[in-house]
Ligand binder design. Structure first.
Ligand code: GLN
Length: 304
């Protein structure tokens, strides 16, 4: 497969594709990003790296971090994890409160904010230094130790944390948050504020494309049976109330973030990341989704 040729075609096509999406503004620092940024990086298991555009520039990974948090939690806890967070698509926006009330404080899945807050709570209970553990994990799977948080984004999200605090308070009233609310909020926002490039995210996501093994040296980072489950949750819940549309148009397990990134995998084939800040009304990168749709169309392959 000539991936570079396909990526070049996508780049050409996208340079003249109009968009109506808006860069996320509810976290003030994110709004400062140039909406024209666009990068794509595909890391193929067999043939290496392909890319174009701003694929080496770091951006705010935001909710893509929820995949790493779930990975750490599934490594540390068994099936009892899924008593505190379900694995059903929510069909609701990423920061919705409504289902939590009638579902007794059990979030629909780990990839909406409520679910990721429960995962953060679990990691805080289990780890002495959850922030360090989290960054160490990302350094380990990417082999890049300079990856860090953007302090300005972290501080900026604090000015907007009321809704996430509301989710935490509601879940705590049902007994599904064990630690101090501000501690959980702080750790959750820390994860969201991590910055990575398309290349670094594709390298990190290679463990999900490669049965839990780091490609570099074959080290089994997580058991393959756990990767299967994480990939299943990415497929059904990775795009909030647009997970069905993403499956329909793209057909790969993946995860988006409001920083405009989308990381996706084709198990056994590749990990791919796109970055384009303008978001569609569901909070997913508009052109990013389009680029991935073109990728699975032009390669003629998706998991379906
Ligand atoms: N930090 C963001 C929030 O909690 C992450 C949301 C997202 O990327 N969808 O609102």
């Amino acid at each position: 497969m000539d991936y570079q040729h396909i990526l070049n075609s996508i780049q050409t096509e996208l340079s003249s594709t109009p968009y109506t999406g808006k860069v996320a503004s509810y976290i003030p620092q994110l709004e400062k990003i140039d909406p024209k940024k666009f990068g794509m990086h595909l890391f193929c298991i067999n043939s290496g790296h392909y890319n174009f555009g701003d694929s080496n520039e770091r951006f705010s990974i935001q909710s893509i971090s929820k995949v790493f948090a779930l990975t750490r939690a599934t490594s540390l806890v068994g099936n009892e994890l899924f008593r505190r967070v379900d694995v059903e698509p929510s069909g609701n926006p990423f920061n919705s409160l409504v289902q939590l009330e009638y579902e007794n404080g059990i979030p629909r899945n780990p990839f909406i904010n409520a679910g990721a807050l429960v995962i953060s709570d679990i990691l805080i209970s289990l780890l002495d230094n959850p922030k360090k553990d989290f960054l160490d994990f990302i350094h380990k799977i990417t082999g890049t130790t300079t990856i860090d948080i953007n302090i300005k984004v972290f501080e900026s999200e604090k000015t907007y944390s009321h809704r996430n605090a509301a989710l935490l308070n509601l879940m705590k009233s049902f007994g599904n948050i064990k630690n101090d609310i501000n501690t959980v909020l702080d750790f959750y926002m820390y994860q969201c504020a991590i910055e990575m490039s398309c290349k670094e995210l594709s390298t990190a996501f290679m463990i999900y494309a490669n049965g839990g093994k780091r490609l570099l040296d074959g080290e089994q980072i997580i058991p393959s049976r756990k990767v299967k489950r994480i990939n299943a949750i990415m497929q059904t819940c990775g795009f909030y109330d647009e997970a069905g549309e993403f499956s329909f148009r793209v057909g790969l397990p993946g995860k988006s973030g409001v920083g405009g990134g989308i990381a996706a995998i084709h198990p056994g084939q590749y990990a791919v990341t796109v970055w384009s800040p303008p978001l569609n009304p569901k909070g997913n990168s508009e052109l990013g989704m389009y680029a991935l749709e073109r990728l699975t169309t032009l390669t003629g392959l998706s998991i379906f």
